[in-house]
Design a protein around this ligand. Structure first.
Ligand code: ATP
Length: 760
C-alpha cells in the first residue's frame, strides 16, 4: 500500500458513536486518522480484512478500540464504526453494509447493536426471537388512518410489506427488526441508530402519512435519478445520500465534543444538493422553520467562494433582514470557513447596504433614518398640525410606503392610476388627491427635520443601483459594438472602473425583504449563472412586504425547492406550531401558493404544555415558578416571548423579584448573554432556544383587538393582519428546541383553539 493520497472519510452516525467515547479515545482517533492517511499499512495499525466481508476491515486505534472501515477503492476508506476490541469479532455476520437502491447512498448497520439496544425494552414482554422472525405477510397495502399507532405489543409496521418498505428506501437489513417493533420507544431508539432515510420514512409512516405521501415527500427528494449499481461503492460515496465528511478539519470538528456543530460537516442529502447545484439564474429555497435554510445559505456561500478564482476582493454578498441576523451569519460563516472564507464575502443586512449606497451617492447628507413606528408618529404629528382627522396615520404610512414609494409613483397623475392591490378599501379620485397632498407635506416635513424612512432609503438605493446597471449595460453594448468583449466596464465620464458590485448574492430571511430591496439586489449582479440564491419561508413573514419576484426582474421559475426536515424542533412542537397556522394560505414569493406539506422532524420530546391563568399577574408568577423549577438549564437557553414591549418589561421585573436575571432582546439582538432572554414576537426571527415560553397568548392580544375590529371595516387588511399575527406566533413557537410552554390569561387566543381542544 502506498502512503500517497489516501482518502479517509467518516460516515454520519459513526460520529455519534465516537462522541459517546471517553475523551482519551477521541484523542486517539484523531491521531489514528493521521497515521492511517500517512500509511494504512503501517504495522501499528494492524489493518485487516474481516472474515466473511469483502469490503469491511478493522484497524487499531489504541489497545482497546478498533475502527471498522469500508474499503471503497484502493486508497479510499470510510470509517463506519468505532468499537471496543472485544465486540468487533464476535458477531461478524451481524454487520451489514450496502448501497441503497433508491438513494444510491452507502448504509451500514450493526444488527447486533440494534437488537441489543433497540429491542431490549421489549424483552420483558415479548420473546426476543421476535426480533429476527420473518414478518407475517401484510394483509393490505395501506393502514387506515390512526392504525400506525397500534395497541401495545402489536407490531407497529405490520401494515406495510417488505417490498413497500424497500420501495420507500428503508435499509434492507433492518426490515426484520422494523417489523418486530411494537412500542414508540423502540421506534425512537431505532430512528436514532438507523440510516437517515430509514428513520425519516418510519417516523412519517408512524405519524400516519400514507405510503404515497411518504414516497413523494420523504423518499423522492433523496432518490437518485440514475440507475444504482449496488456494487459500486465509490460512486455511492460521492452521492449526496451518503452523508460523510472527508477532510481533516471536518473530522476534527466531529471529534470535538457535545455541541460540535454537525451542521458544518454533515449536510442532509436534500441540503447538499441545493448547496452544490449549478443554477442557470436565480434560485430559491423554501421550507419550514429549522429545516436548515440558513445552514444551506452559509454552505452555498462557501461553495460559491470555492469556485472563485483566487483574489482579495469580495465578490459574494451574503445579506439578510436585520443587523442581529447579519452578525449571526458572520459568526457562523467564520465557524464554517474561517477568515479565508470571510475575506471573500461581504456581509451586510439589506438596510445597511441600501444606506451605504445612498450615502455613497450623497456623501454630505447625514439624515437620521427612522423606522416604521417613528414614521407613523410623524404622520400623527402632521395630521395634528393640520388639524386633519379624516385619515388614520397607519393607513397613510402604509399607503405612502407601499403604493407611492413602493411603485415609485412620481406624480399626482401617476398616483391616480396606481394599482392598489391588497390595500383593502378603495379610494375615490378626490381621496387620492387628498392623500397625494398629505404625502407631499409629509416628505417635506421629513426633509425639514433631516429625517428619512427606511422605505425611502431602500427606494433611493434601488433607483441608484438600477441607474448604475443601465450605465454598465450601455458601456457593455458600446464595447460589443466596438468589438471588445471583456467584462470590465469603464465608467462613462469619470475614468473610473464600473462593474457589477457582486458576482453572487445569497439572501437569508427572504420573505421579509421589501420590493425595493429586491430591485436593488437585482441590479447589483449581472443576470448570469448562480447570480441570486434566496432562502426564506413565507409562513414566517412578519412584516407587510409581500412580493412577486418575477415582477421585480427575479425569475425563479423552475429553480425553486423546499427543505422539509426540521433539525431544530421536535415532532410534538412542530405539530402544535402547524396547528397555529390553521388553514391560512401562503405564497411562494412569486405569486403562487406554497405549503408546508412534508414538513417533519425525527426529534421527539414532550407535548407542549399549555397554561391558562386568571390574569396577567398570575401568568407572570407562573412563568417565574416554571423557570425556577428548571434549575439545570442555563438561563440563556430559555426565552420568553410576549406580545408587547410593556409586557416584556413587566415580565423582566417579575423575574427579578424571583432572583432571575432577564436580558431583553432589542432590535439588534439580545442586550447581553447572561440571563433569560425576553422579547416581543418580532425579535425572535432566526433565533433558537432549548426551552421556549410564549406568554400572553390571550384573546385580544394575539391578534390584537384593533385587528379584530377591522373585520368588517377593512376585511382585506384584517385578513392580512390576522395572517401576520399567526405567523408571529408560528415563529415564536418554532424557536423551541426541546420544550414549549404556552401561557395566556383570561380567554386563550383563537389561534390556540386546535391545541386547547386536542388537550395538547
Ligand atoms: N445538516 C445539519 N446537521 C445538523 N444540524 C443542522 C443541520 N442543518 C441545520 N441544522 C441545525 O438546525 C437548526 C436550524 O437551522 P437553521 O437556522 O439553518 O434553520 P432555518 O430553516 O434557517 O430556520 P428558521 O426558518 O426558523 O430561521 C440549527 O441549530 C442548525 O445548526
Amino acid at each position: 500500500m502506498t502512503n500517497q493520497s489516501v482518502t479517509l472519510r467518516l460516515l454520519d452516525k459513526a460520529d455519534r458513536e465516537i462522541l459517546k467515547l471517553p475523551r482519551s479515545v477521541k484523542g486517539a482517533i484523531y491521531d489514528f486518522q493521521h497515521k492511517f492517511k500517512n500509511n494504512p499499512g503501517s504495522t501499528g495499525l494492524q489493518l485487516k480484512q474481516l472474515k466473511g466481508h469483502e469490503k469491511l476491515w478493522s484497524a487499531r486505534i489504541n489497545d482497546e478500540y478498533r475502527a471498522l472501515l469500508l474499503r471503497l477503492a484502493d486508497e479510499d476508506w470510510l470509517i463506519v464504526s468505532v468499537k471496543h476490541r472485544k465486540d468487533v469479532y464476535e458477531h461478524l455476520d451481524r454487520l451489514a453494509y450496502s448501497v441503497n437502491r433508491i438513494t444510491g447512498g452507502i448504509e451500514y448497520v450493526d444488527l447486533q447493536v440494534v437488537e441489543e439496544s433497540v429491542l431490549a425494552a421489549q424483552a420483558a414482554s415479548t420473546p426476543p426471537a421476535a426480533a429476527t422472525a420473518t414478518p407475517e405477510p401484510a394483509p393490505r397495502a395501506e393502514p387506515a388512518p390512526g392504525q400506525a399507532a397500534s395497541p401495545a405489543h402489536a407490531p407497529l409496521f405490520v401494515a406495510w410489506t417488505e417490498q413497500q418498505l424497500t420501495d420507500l428506501g428503508v435499509a434492507g437489513p433492518l426490515i426484520p427488526v422494523i417489523q418486530a417493533l411494537t412500542t414508540e420507544d423502540q421506534l425512537l431508539g431505532l430512528v436514532d441508530y438507523a440510516p437517515q432515510l430509514t428513520g425519516e420514512v418510519l417516523l412519517a409512516l408512524y405519524d400516519k402519512k400514507s405510503f404515497d405521501e411518504v414516497l413523494e415527500q420523504v423518499t423522492a427528494p433523496v432518490a437518485t435519478p440514475e440507475a444504482v449499481d449496488t456494487d459500486d461503492f465509490q460512486a455511492a460515496v460521492e452521492r449526496p445520500a451518503t452523508i460523510v465528511t472527508t477532510t481533516d478539519e471536518a473530522l476534527r470538528e466531529a471529534l470535538e465534543g457535545e455541541d460540535f456543530g454537525r451542521w458544518k460537516v454533515f449536510l442532509h442529502p436534500t441540503q447538499a444538493k441545493l448547496v452544490n447545484r449549478d443554477y442557470n439564474g436565480p434560485a430559491r429555497v423554501g421550507g419550514g422553520p429549522g429545516t436548515g435554510k440558513t445552514i444551506v445559505a452559509l454552505h452555498r456561500v462557501k461553495h460559491l467562494v470555492e469556485q472563485l478564482p483566487p483574489g482579495r476582493d469580495k465578490p459574494v454578498l451574503l445579506t439578510t433582514f436585520n443587523k442581529n441576523l447579519a452578525a449571526d451569519l458572520r459568526s457562523r460563516l467564520l465557524a464554517l470557513g474561517g477568515e479565508a472564507l470571510l475575506g471573500r464575502v461581504e456581509i451586510s443586512h439589506v438596510d445597511q447596504l441600501a444606506l451605504r449606497i445612498v450615502r455613497e451617492a450623497e456623501p454630505g447628507s447625514r439624515k437620521q433614518t427612522i423606522d416604521d413606528n417613528q414614521a407613523v408618529r410623524e404622520w400623527r404629528s402632521l395630521l395634528e398640525e393640520l388639524d386633519e382627522s379624516g385619515w388614520d396615520a397607519e393607513f397613510l404610512q402604509d399607503e405612502w410606503s407601499q403604493v407611492i414609494l413602493g411603485q415609485a409613483v412620481a406624480s399626482r397623475t401617476e398616483y391616480f392610476r396606481a394599482r392598489r392591490a391588497g390595500r383593502g378599501r378603495t379610494l375615490t379620485r378626490a381621496e387620492r388627491a387628498d392623500i397625494w397632498q398629505l404625502a407631499e407635506r409629509f416628505t417635506q416635513r421629513l426633509d425639514r427635520l433631516g429625517r428619512q424612512t427606511w422605505d425611502q432609503v431602500s427606494e433611493r438605493a434601488a433607483r441608484l443601483e438600477m441607474q448604475r446597471e443601465q450605465r454598465i449595460l450601455a458601456i457593455d453594448q458600446q464595447r460589443e459594438e466596438a468589438g471588445g468583449l471583456d467584462n470590465i466596464h469603464l465608467q462613462a465620464g469619470s475614468g473610473g472602473w464600473l462593474r457589477y458590485r457582486y458576482r453572487h448574492i445569497v439572501v437569508d430571511e427572504a420573505q421579509d425583504l421589501r420590493p425595493a430591496h429586491w430591485k436593488m439586489l437585482r441590479a447589483m449582479t449581472a443576470h448570469s449563472r448562480n447570480d441570486l440564491f434566496l432562502v426564506g419561508d413565507t409562513h414566517q413573514r412578519i412584516y407587510k412586504n409581500q412580493v412577486t419576484l418575477g415582477s421585480l426582474g427575479i425569475n425563479i421559475r423552475g429553480r425553486a425547492s423546499k427543505l422539509s426536515l426540521s433539525y431544530r424542533t421536535t415532532r410534538q412542537i412542530l405539530r402544535s406550531a402547524l396547528d397555529v397556522l390553521s388553514q391560512e394560505k401562503y405564497d411562494d414569493l412569486d405569486g403562487n401558493e406554497e405549503t408546508l406539506a412534508g414538513y417533519r422532524s425525527v426529534l421527539s420530546g414532550g407535548e407542549p404544555d399549555l397554561h391558562g391563568c386568571t390574569d396577567w399577574d398570575a401568568e407572570r408568577e407562573a412563568i417565574a415558578m416554571l423557570i425556577d423549577s428548571w434549575d439545570d438549564i442555563p438561563h440563556e437557553q430559555i426565552a420568553i416571548c410576549v406580545p408587547t414591549n410593556q409586557m416584556a418589561s413587566e415580565t423582566a421585573t417579575t423575574l427579578a423579584e424571583h432572583g432571575v436575571r432577564a436580558v431583553e432582546i432589542g432590535p439588534d439582538g439580545p442586550r447581553g448573554d447572561d440571563g433569560v432572554h425576553i422579547g416581543t414576537m418580532f425579535r425572535f426571527k432566526g433565533l433558537e432556544y432549548q426551552r421556549m415560553i410564549v406568554a400572553g397568548v390571550s384573546d385580544g392580544l394575539i391578534p390584537r383587538d384593533d385587528v379584530n375590529r377591522r373585520r368588517t371595516t377593512d376585511p382585506v387588511r384584517h385578513r392580512r393582519e390576522v395572517q401576520q399575527a399567526r405567523s408571529l406566533l408560528f415563529v415564536a413557537t418554532t424557536r423551541a428546541r426541546d420544550s414549549l410552554d404556552i401561557f395566556w390569561h383570561g380567554t386563550p387566543s383563537p389561534f390556540l383553539a386546535p391545541l386547547v381542544t386536542a388537550g395538547r
